[in-house]
Ligand binder design. Structure first.
Ligand code: NDP
Length: 449
């Protein structure tokens, strides 16, 4: 007689939950996974995947314009949002099917219902059924933060953007982080007049100052508007359906056809019943876990955005893998959070790994920085006055490269490979020992003197 219905009950079918479920099942555990929306979670359904496809779609605006300088006789081209939107949504549905297939092939029972915790080893499903499990894994992710002011309900979030009827003529984006800068670039290229409204005076606070200043400068030159130190006061819906957005910076209200909130994402723990099992949450509602993803209730674990450690898909996947290997695979290991590369798929994109210059100065004292500020060859011929910037942050004592930050075409693609060298702790001289691969943009990484 088995003590519990399942060895593992996973709540949430996003990237982290699916990885944990299928690896645990492959290790021999009896696993069920509850998902009340669509398998794939934020990344697949309403995040990284559809966003990146829109970034590709937006890039054609530049590519088509540049093509003329490369001799192509490009006729007038029109953009059809509905075609791109529907193709992207079809692709999302295809990947959702792949994720479901992975669960099925690994004999994970998928329960398409909401599940809430009712005790250390018990969950209740939406149909009233109660099931028990030796371990419960909370992988419910995070949800866009919606601010609270008069008329705030007139705004939407990144969840709805992928389903818009039309490209808004005038788009206001609240926030200055990842989502704001990515959608600003996307919709600017689709023809929207975009305004980013930020509470502070800087975008992408966690990125290197020189790199984010370069993005700001390029975005302003491209025609994206910025309103800094501008808190929201209220939003009015006008007779023609447009929005009048009143800000607290003393400037006239901004008119818009769409307002998107990109103000961070909060752990999706409300109503999940975690308190019934004594699971402690942070002030922001994140599940507090130890280095092995275990909550304050020993049988309940949590991974991914719901723990609000590093809100990135590949991190959630690693946490899911570590959980499954440790608990069911007899191969205990922990996620290494040092030197996690990240990217912003803005126009142009940003990539970064390791310490920013200011972090290194605070932590190490002695720091040397090397930069390459150049106009990529393609931009020169295209008459595009956009300069790329690569920056190496080096420990002044040991010469170890402790940070690499880039903005420019394909920066995230280049950074992923270079991050191996940073993670491996290589020195500046070891970068310099590598012969340049000419002509590329990436060769700048080994030519900084
Ligand atoms: P970010 O944390 O990147 O940015 C949030 C922005 O909103 C900041 O400018 C912040 O200002 C501002 N803000 C936060 N709270 C408030 C508030 N109460 N009132 C007014 N302004 C506020 O969040 P996003 O929503 O852009 O993205 C959410 C997360 O999703 C990211 O942190 C990232 O982990 C992940 N993501 C990753 C992507 C990628 O890897 N390419 C792409 C998209 C999302 P301030 O700087 O002053 O705090």
């Amino acid at each position: 007689m088995k003590q519990y219905d399942y060895d593992l009950f996973v709540i949430g079918g996003g990237s982290g939950g699916v990885r944990a479920a299928r690896v645990s099942a492959a290790h021999g555990a009896r696993v069920a996974l509850a998902e009340d929306h669509r398998v794939g979670g934020t990344c697949v359904i309403r995040g990284c995947v559809p966003k990146k496809l829109l970034v590709y779609g937006a890039h054609f605006a530049e590519d088509l314009a540049d093509a003329r300088r490369f001799g192509w006789n490009v006729p007038r081209c029109d953009f059809d949002w509905a075609v791109l939107r529907d193709n992207v949504l079809d692709e999302v549905a295809r990947i959702e099917g792949v994720y479901q297939g992975i669960l099925d092939n690994n004999k994970v029972e998928t329960i398409k219902q909401r599940a809430v915790v009712t005790g250390p080893n018990e969950v209740e499903l939406a149909d009233g059924r109660r099931v028990t499990a030796g371990k419960i894994l909370v992988a419910v992710g995070a949800w866009p933060f919606i601010p609270d002011f008069e008329g705030a309900g007139h705004g939407v979030t990144s969840n709805e953007v992928f389903h818009l009827e039309n490209v808004p003529k005038r788009l206001v984006i609240a926030g200055g982080g990842y989502i704001a800068n990515e959608f600003a670039g996307i919709f600017h290229h689709f023809g929207s007049e975009v305004t980013i409204v930020n509470r502070g005076d800087r975008i992408l606070r966690h990125y290197d100052a020189q790199i984010r200043d370069r993005l700001l400068q390029i975005s302003i030159m491209a025609g994206i508007n910025f309103r800094f130190n501008a808190p929201f006061q209220r939003v009015e819906k006008q007779g023609d359906g447009s929005l009048l957005i009143h800000l607290g910076d003393g400037s006239p209200p901004v008119e818009a056809d769409c307002l998107i909130y990109a103000l961070g994402r909060v752990p999706k723990t409300p109503g999940l019943g975690l308190e019934t099992a004594g699971v402690e949450l942070s002030r922001g509602g994140a599940v507090i876990v130890n280095a092995d993803n275990q909550s304050t209730c020993p049988s309940i674990y949590a991974i991914g955005d719901v723990t609000d450690r590093v809100q990135l898909t590949p991190v959630a996947i690693r946490e899911g893998q570590a959980f499954a290997d440790t608990i069911f695979g007899d191969k205990p290991h922990r996620v290494d959070y040092e030197n996690i590369p990240s990217a912003v798929f803005s126009h142009p994109p940003i990539g970064g790994v390791g310490m920013t210059e200011s972090e290194a100065r605070n932590k190490l004292g002695s720091v040397k920085c090397y930069t390459s500020d150049f106009r990529p060859m393609k931009n020169v011929l295209a008459n595009r006055n956009e300069r790329a910037l690569y920056k190496l942050v080096v420990n002044g004592e040991t010469e170890q490269v402790v940070g690499l930050h880039m903005i420019g075409p394909d920066a995230p693609e280049i950074l992923q490979a270079a991050a191996i060298a940073v993670k491996a702790g290589l020195n500046k001289s070891q970068f310099d020992d590598v012969v340049a691969l000419h002509p590329t943009m990436a060769e700048e990484l080994v030519l900084m003197r």
